[in-house]
Design a protein around this ligand. Structure first.
Ligand SMILES: Nc1nc2c(ncn2[C@@H]2O[C@H](COP(=O)(O)OP(=O)(O)OP(=O)(O)O)[C@@H](O)[C@H]2O)c(=O)[nH]1
Ligand SMILES: [Mg+2]
Length: 301
């Protein structure tokens, strides 16, 4: 009897900002490897997540959401996402069925059709009232007609939040990948560097707590990480562009920064299964998001 075939390949997850790419990756992996927030442009790096099971191994790359870029950081993020598809066996384009199509969705479809990369669509948020994939399907038809392309992408309607049709999506992904041995050790979930992951968890809490008040350019850098057996000591700096923003992040009598610190400690303790002592400082770094040296230090360039 033949051994069951083992499929393996890289699936690059792309789409407009805030459509639910990172939520979907976490749902598929059953672990939080990529941060999620209601604020657009949450993911700023390529985050790799490896799904290993009896059918084979899918290496997912979560990418920053495409958006109208302002400044160097925005341009780097868009470039990262566009560049990532060069490594794909398959591109998964995530669309937001609870929102109308945007120019960025058109841009992705056009790019994928033109470059002739195998791709499929997951229309996300089908748990929301008013969900519809119709306008996006019309968009694909119109672009195909314009570009003289006769193929059709595979479409699925899912909810990354509830998990609806996500198993079906995984089955479709496996079916489209080549027969190949695993690329990574079966125990590996992600190879995203720990200091960057910790900085992201803290940034996620900043995004969630500040939300409407969030300064446009904000970043977190882990200055110190001491991994003790019973407790990890972490010191991190929060970068803002102006001194007025420092007050927003700290809040009245330090209330906001304490909330952010506590929420980050709780989540980090859960993720790394160790007690966490987190210290946060807010630093004014005028123009940090335009400074390539700082962007590199933050892991963005
Ligand atoms: N209702 C609903 N909300 C969802 C679903 N998936 C994600 N969201 C929400 O959509 C928002 C954005 O989710 P993310 O996973 O951060 O989106 P993203 O595409 O990774 O965003 P960027 O990293 O900014 O590009 C969050 O508030 C999520 O909770 C879904 O299936 N249903
Ligand atoms: Mg994301």
């Amino acid at each position: 009897m033949n051994a069951p075939e083992h499929r393996c390949g890289t699936v690059v997850v792309v789409g407009r900002a805030n459509v639910g790419k990172s939520t979907l990756l976490n749902r598929i992996l059953g672990e939080k490897v990529s941060i999620v927030s209601p604020v657009a442009q949450t993911t700023r790096n390529i985050v790799r997540g490896v799904c290993t099971e009896t059918r084979g191994q899918i290496v997912f790359l979560d990418t920053p959401g495409m958006h109208r870029a302002i400044g160097n950081l925005g341009r780097i993020m868009n470039k990262m996402a566009r560049g990532a598809i060069g490594n794909a066996d398959l591109v998964l384009l995530v669309l937001d069925g609870a929102a109308r199509p945007f120019v960025e969705d058109d841009g992705w479809m056009r790019r994928l059709i033109k470059h002739d990369i195998p791709w499929m669509v997951a229309v996300n948020k089908n748990d929301e009232t008013g969900f519809s994939s119709e306008a996006y399907r019309v968009m694909e038809n119109e672009i195909r007609t314009e570009l003289d392309s006769t193929e059709r992408a595979t479409w699925l309607e899912i909810s990354a939040a509830s998990g609806a049709s996500v198993d079906e999506l995984i089955a479709v992904l496996f079916a489209q990948l080549p027969e190949a041995p695993p690329l990574f050790d079966e125990d590996m979930l992600t190879d995203y560097p720990r200091k960057l992951a910790i900085a992201d968890f803290i940034r996620e809490k900043l995004f969630t707590v500040l939300h409407e008040e969030l300064p446009h350019a904000i970043a977190v850098h882990v200055e110190k990480l001491e991994e003790g057996e019973k407790q990890w000591g972490i010191e991190a700096e929060i970068y803002v562009n102006q001194s007025s923003q420092k007050g927003i992040v700290i809040g009245h009598k330090g209330r906001l920064i304490r909330t952010i610190q506590r929420q980050a400690e709780i989540e980090l303790a859960e993720v790394y299964d160790v007690a966490i002592d987190l210290k946060l400082w807010v630093k004014v770094h005028k123009g940090w998001d335009k400074n390539f040296w700082l962007l590199r230090k933050l892991g963005y360039a």
